[in-house]
Write a protein that binds this ligand. Structure first.
Ligand code: CTP
Length: 465
């Protein structure tokens, strides 16, 4: 993985300040004690007094019910790095429903939704803010890559069931010890050293999705695989652990990966972790592929800018780019297992794309060019543009088609033509298609110019009744 040089003098060699804003990393409190008072102060500074008070209420309510509550997982990790936490997860040592319902009876307008199947609850505050509650649990994996069997546990067992040390930290909300920091596996030190470390040797075999989760964390937080964890990754790959994972679970993780804004960095990491077989049969020529991926992302952004209300499957664009130089059957095999809407279009595009540049160069009329673009799906068009410079004939042609020609239709429809005396049948279909081409070529604009064009072509008599 590429790393930038540190930009500021770093007073603490354990605190890496080489990527992103130096403030982000120097925010991780340095090794040693992290007293509850300091956590309290940091929570107030980062998350604000209102949220802090909400956490106090939950902590008090849970304690009154004899079921201690903790902040846990990704939000603690993000908090220690002074990064905004997208979701705030609470772990409850006991009856989640009772705590959630007790919190929602406070005269604060808090709504509670309990999901009995998962034993989780959501607290929804009047300002739209929400907190996720789950019961502390023990997980047992009956077989490699199988879904875990779950039973209630305490915070210690809840932390050890987790994927990485950086995600296995908690903060107590109990009024007696609010702000107590639980870090039994050294997650904070690993964050400071920028290391990604699993909690136990079977972690990747139990749940291979953790490999791809880990890769995402490595990219998001610029982490290196800790040596032992690298060995476990290699062992899991030797055992072909992903073969045991369902296509749906694998695709879910790959999709998250493809959605990372820093996808080129993620693919470099994928290369370093030797995970290409998940996406394609062979290792690509990396530099060229990354350049195309970046161009693809530019084209995706271009499209969203010009067509903000239109749906585009961004991942279909990226997969098409990733599979352009692979055997078609390899893409087909993957799409057979992955629940990806639009997979059929990717396969059809992969067939057509190789012919496109020559065909486009040969096309003599704007309508012929438009028909070629039209043969591709939207993601296929953007994937082709990604193979060419931002300014150049092919990109211009593709953009022109998308902006000007894509929505054009014939100004006269079948009914109009029949009203003008043309008989229904295949001949009528041909006329409609010629009218559409004439529109694409800019020869007609509206019904009147279309009618005159039909007369000029000898399709309608010059004098109409
Ligand atoms: N977790 C795990 N193994 C998994 C999935 C999740 O151990 N296969 C645990 C991790 O401790 C993680 C927590 O469940 O922190 C919540 O998972 P999730 O919400 O998916 O991730 P976050 O860590 O919260 O990170 P993100 O910012 O991506 O939401």
């Amino acid at each position: 993985m590429t790393t930038d040089k540190p930009t500021t003098t770093n007073p603490d060699p354990l605190i890496f300040t080489g990527h992103d804003s130096p403030d982000t990393y120097s925010a991780i409190p340095s090794a040693g004690q992290l007293p509850a008072t300091q956590i309290h102060q940091m929570l107030q500074q980062q998350w604000g007094e209102a949220l802090l008070q909400r956490l106090h209420v939950i902590g008090r309510t849970a304690a009154a019910l004899g079921t201690p509550a903790y902040l846990v997982g990704g939000c603690v990790r993000d908090f220690l790095q002074n990064r905004p936490a997208p979701d705030i997860d609470l772990a409850i040592e006991g009856d989640v429903r009772a705590v959630a319902e007790a919190c929602s009876t406070e005269p604060s307008g808090v709504q509670c939704t309990y999901h009995p199947h998962f034993g989780t609850a959501i607290l929804q505050y009047p300002d739209g803010f929400q907190l996720d509650l789950a019961r502390c649990r023990i997980e047992h994996y009956p077989a490699p890559a199988a879904l875990p069997e779950v039973q209630p546990g305490d915070i210690q067992t809840d932390l050890i069931r987790r994927d990485f040390t950086i995600n296995a930290m908690a903060i107590s909300l109990d009024p007696e010890k609010f702000g107590d920091f639980l870090d039994p596996y050294g997650g904070r030190m690993d964050l400071q050293r920028r290391l990604l470390r699993v909690l136990h040797p079977l972690s990747f075999l139990d749940d291979p999705t953790r490999i791809l989760r880990g890769l995402r964390f490595a990219v998001r937080f610029q982490l290196q695989l800790e040596t032992g964890t690298r060995g476990l990754l290699e062992g899991a790959l030797t055992q072909d652990i992903f073969a045991r994972l369902s296509g749906a679970r694998l695709w879910r993780e790959l999709k998250y990966l493809l959605e990372l804004s820093d996808l080129p960095a993620a693919l470099e990491e994928l290369d370093a972790w030797q995970l290409w077989p998940l996406l394609r049969p062979t290792r690509p020529e990396l530099e060229a592929l990354l350049a195309q991926i970046q161009r693809g992302q530019q084209e995706i952004n271009w499209f969203h800018y010009h067509f903000p209300d239109e749906n585009l499957c961004d991942t279909a664009v990226l997969l098409t780019i990733l599979w352009r130089d692979s055997p078609w059957a390899a893409a087909e095999k993957r799409l057979h297992y992955w629940p990806l809407a639009g997979g059929r279009h990717i396969l059809s595009d992969l067939h057509l794309l190789s012919e496109m540049p020559v065909a486009l160069a040969k096309a003599s009329h704007p309508s012929a060019v438009a028909r070629l673009w039209e043969s591709l799906s939207l993601p296929g068009i953007l994937a082709l543009l990604a193979e060419y410079p931002e300014t150049g004939a092919i990109t211009e042609s593709g953009h022109y088609y998308l902006l000007k020609q894509r929505g054009l239709t014939s100004p006269l429809n079948g009914k109009d033509l029949q009203a003008m005396g043309l008989a229904p049948g295949p001949q009528l279909g041909k006329v409609l298609r010629r009218l559409h081409d004439a529109r694409l070529d800019g020869e007609i604009e509206d019904k009147e110019t279309a009618r005159q064009w039909l007369i000029r072509q000898g399709i309608l008599p010059s004098i109409q009744p």
